[in-house]
Ligand binder design. Structure first.
Ligand SMILES: Nc1ncnc2c1ncn2[C@@H]1O[C@H](COP(=O)(O)OP(=O)(O)OP(=O)(O)O)[C@@H](O)[C@H]1O
Ligand SMILES: [Mg+2]
Length: 278
């Protein structure tokens, strides 16, 4: 159901062997895809990827710079077109379930000079839910304020977003996602450039979402915290390398395959031997 594009060599290759994948994913999977290929030019950024993220989980998308992690998220949301493949959100085609997804983009991709206040940014998360009816404005402000409070940013409501530190901006974008009251939260590097206290605050909010039965899928770079924060991992380097429960899929072998031997053996054994609390 992606946009029709001219058949290219990439598309033909991506469709090879897809008949085996015709089966629908489990209906309670918050996000599943089959044969997803995305290309900005000749070379695919994401190639023929299958994924089945589990319900009521915190899942990490892991891979090196340029591996296609952000591309995978954006194509899953329909923000960028896919060349081929199918996406299901809670067992439904993307178009029928997009309003159950909240998305926090990679911070570097946001225009922070845009002149708007913190509370306005959070309220943008609510528009889709209640429309733009003026009489609901008071209610919306209260809800937006409550979401800011959850991320410890209540005192910054009337600040311009461009006048916040990076970690504060990240909290505000999480508040906006919370305001959407979604069932699936897609976050692109939510911990990039934030201090330990902010990271802890964000993790606590995400774990609370999980305990409420929601699903969180986050691009994550810090391999040392994967086992603490996430119970499911998806490893990608253009192609899917592996996916599964962190206990079984976050292994030295899979990390080597994902990073192409660029991580030292000592580092990898430290990462995969240290037990996690997830
Ligand atoms: N808008 C674009 N136009 C052309 N190429 C792009 C575009 N966005 C990304 N790419 C390319 O697609 C590939 C995947 O990029 P993507 O942003 O998905 O990687 P990533 O895994 O999120 O990396 P990072 O860890 O650095 O955020 C890269 O080679 C990148 O250069
Ligand atoms: Mg990225």
């Amino acid at each position: 159901m992606g946009p029709r594009m001219t058949r290219s060599a990439v598309k033909i290759a991506a469709e090879d062997g897809q008949d085996l994948r015709a089966a629908m994913p489990p209906p309670d999977s918050p996000l599943a895809m089959r044969g997803m290929t995305v290309s900005y030019g000749e070379k695919p950024a994401v190639f023929s990827v299958d994924a089945t993220f589990p319900a009521r989980s915190m899942s990490a998308i892991i891979g090196p710079n340029g591996a296609g992690k952000s591309t995978l998220l954006k194509a899953s949301l329909g923000v960028i077109p896919r060349l081929s493949g199918e996406v299901w959100v809670f067992g439904k085609p993307l178009a029928q379930a997009r309003d159950r997804i909240a998305y926090v983009p990679q911070r570097a991709s946001v225009d922070w000079d845009f002149p708007t206040t913190v509370i306005d940014v959070v309220q943008m998360g609510l528009y889709r839910k209640v429309g733009l009816l003026g009489r609901l404005k008071g209610l919306m402000t209260a809800q937006a304020q409550a979401c800011l409070d959850r991320v410890g940013m209540a005192d910054f409501a009337h600040r311009q977003i461009g006048q916040l530190s990076g970690g504060q901006q990240q909290r505000v974008f999480l508040a906006r996602a919370l305001a959407q009251d979604a069932d699936l939260y897609l976050l692109d590097e939510p911990f990039a450039g934030v201090d330990a206290a902010t990271e802890r605050a964000i993790v606590d909010v995400l774990k609370l979402l999980k305990s409420e039965g929601k699903a969180v899928v986050a691009v994550h770079h810090d391999l040392s915290t994967v086992r603490d924060y996430f119970n499911y991992v998806f490893l990608i380097n253009v192609r899917r390398i592996a996916e599964g429960p962190a206990q079984t899929a976050f292994t030295a072998e899979n990390l080597n395959a994902t990073y192409g031997g660029r991580l030292s053996a000592t580092h990898i054994s430290e990462l995969t031997l240290s037990g996690g609390a997830a």
